[in-house]
Design a protein around this ligand. Sequence first.
Ligand SMILES: *Cc1c(COP(=O)(O)O)cnc(C)c1O
Length: 369
Amino acid sequence: MAVPFIDIKRFEPGFLEKWETKVKELSAVAQFIGGAEVAELEKRLSEFTETKYAVACANGTDALQLALRAMGVGRGDTVLVPDSTFWATFEAVVNVGADPVTVDTNEVDLQMDFEEFKKAAEKYKPKAAILVHLYGWASAKVLEYRKFCNEKGVLLLEDGAQCFGVRIQNESIYKSALISTTSFYPAKVLGAAGDGGAVFTNDEALATMVRQLANHGRTSHYGHGSIGWNSRMDSLQAAFLNLSLDHIQARLDSRISIAKRYQKELPALGINVIEPPTGFTENGYCNANIFSLETRPKLEAHLKEKGIAFGIIYPGAMSDQPGAAGYGKFGDKNIARKICASILNLPLFAYMNDQEFDEVYSALKDFFK
Ligand SMILES: *Cc1c(COP(=O)(O)O)cnc(C)c1O
């Protein structure tokens, strides 16, 4: 039996019927942009993330750009970004007119390295920084980042496209961020039926600006207080997300239980399983949306032969991308490059079943025995 890397069509019983009904209802009244579904989604997102304001937008990349613009980041500003992330983090900085500088990765938590970050901040005096919480867990240093950036006057944006549902110190990871974002790309933890994104903050002025920028800088229907663009979420996406939010805890629990089994059972096979950081997260949990271990080419071939799909996330460091030529890079240890060359992500998705887990496990056992 083949095991997919991710399967996003394991909907709960009755889900697709409810969705069909929604599509009919919204289509019959031609409710396509904004409206009650978007308002409800924003309310539920703000509850779930424990933030005062949630603003829905067109996608996760726009969410980053809206947050940067709302913070006043633009031409001539330097923004520190992780060398390990999805390209959108890097792109967003350039798209608002600012200059990204990559900071290397920490070998233990696979997130931006805090010690390197402090040195880079000293050197570049950045206006802002983007901390990315990759793989369904939080940067082990998130609290230190927040404190440091607050003290040094660096505006810290947290890219939470891969940590929806993660909690630290008994609160949502988004709760105490200055401003944070997520993506509802279908393959994310909370996925839409197309593109979507959101910005979260407790700061009213930032939230107002994000909302304005996402709707052509509007202050009234034909009043434009700023140069924004169209990054509105459509009603159908919001409706799909509202239906999905009814099941978010079950989906997270399912992911967590698979992640825990990997963590528990793989080390006995001699596999280096990279675990989410513990210690600072007393009652926190990790939604582990991607699972990583080291060792590669031969394992790749073996898994392919066994029909086990896997991911290589990510195959290259940001600073090595052709599109990054000419932009800044701090440090020369190239840990990000090294991790990219050794990481392999095992299947992990909501409602992955025991049979599938066993299949992955026995393929690994075969290989490592
Ligand atoms: C997916 C992702 C994004 C971009 O989101 P889109 O909705 O695809 O634009 C940004 N940052 C990270 C870390 C992501 O994983």
